[in-house]
Design a protein around this ligand. Sequence first.
Ligand code: SAM
Length: 261
Amino acid sequence: THFGYETINESEKQSRVAGVFTNVAESYDKMNDLMSLGVHRLWKDYFVSSLNPGATNPIGQPQRVLDVAGGTGDIAFRMLHHSHVLNGNPNIHVTISDINPAMLEVGRQRSLSLAAQQQSSLSFLEANAEKLPSSIPDNSLDLYTVAFGIRNFTDMPAALREAHRVLRPGGVFACLEFSKVDRFPLFNSVYKQWSFSAIPLIGQLVAGDRDSYQYLVESIERFPSQEAFRDMIVGAGFEVAGDGYENLTGGIAAIHRGIKP
Ligand code: SAM
């Protein structure tokens, strides 16, 4: 199967994305390790510690965090650990939202091994990032995170506008996503070889599903450059500091941040 977006309409894209993640939900964590040679763990660690959840302890209501496309909980669990354990601050609430109930179910199962106090700071929400439910009102969140999710969205500008809507003024949008390594030609060609040959093969051998992993590689290829994505974030109404992004591992991944004025 070739997933050329030019030839498919929006609802087809959405159901295709749903199919991909239903197929990969069970093998998702193992596949991440294999495909990234374990590096995704370091990126996620760095992403979360750079956001430093729980650093401040406002009196009264907890720090409100929404982890969009949160899947099996990798980002949310790290945020809970960072706030509760590293900052000694349980005054935080993290909601994992995802469009795919199979991914959320794996996350729910995994969350059972968290400390009880951390579990009580966590909730799950089935939601489309492009149209968040009214249970998340305007101006209601301190931090919105999305890791390795936004490139799968059919309408990224719509998702960015939703992020802007639900964050309070001063609230932070933070995105960790695969990006472009174009500035290092040799490294880029090794990386391309790896993604276009090895990843679909690993998908076939380990998860029995070549097409889904082929789709993931192609979605990375189609995702905008660091600068173009930064401009989309600004276009949604966020302010950015400096370049607005930080490259990880030569640009294989990048962190983008914006603040709602
Ligand atoms: N954030 C997790 C991580 O870093 O391990 C999961 C990333 S996973 C590659 C991408 C997730 O995006 C999947 O769980 C998928 O269901 C979700 N997703 C795709 N389209 C979505 C949408 N429109 N709204 C919300 N979630 C979506």
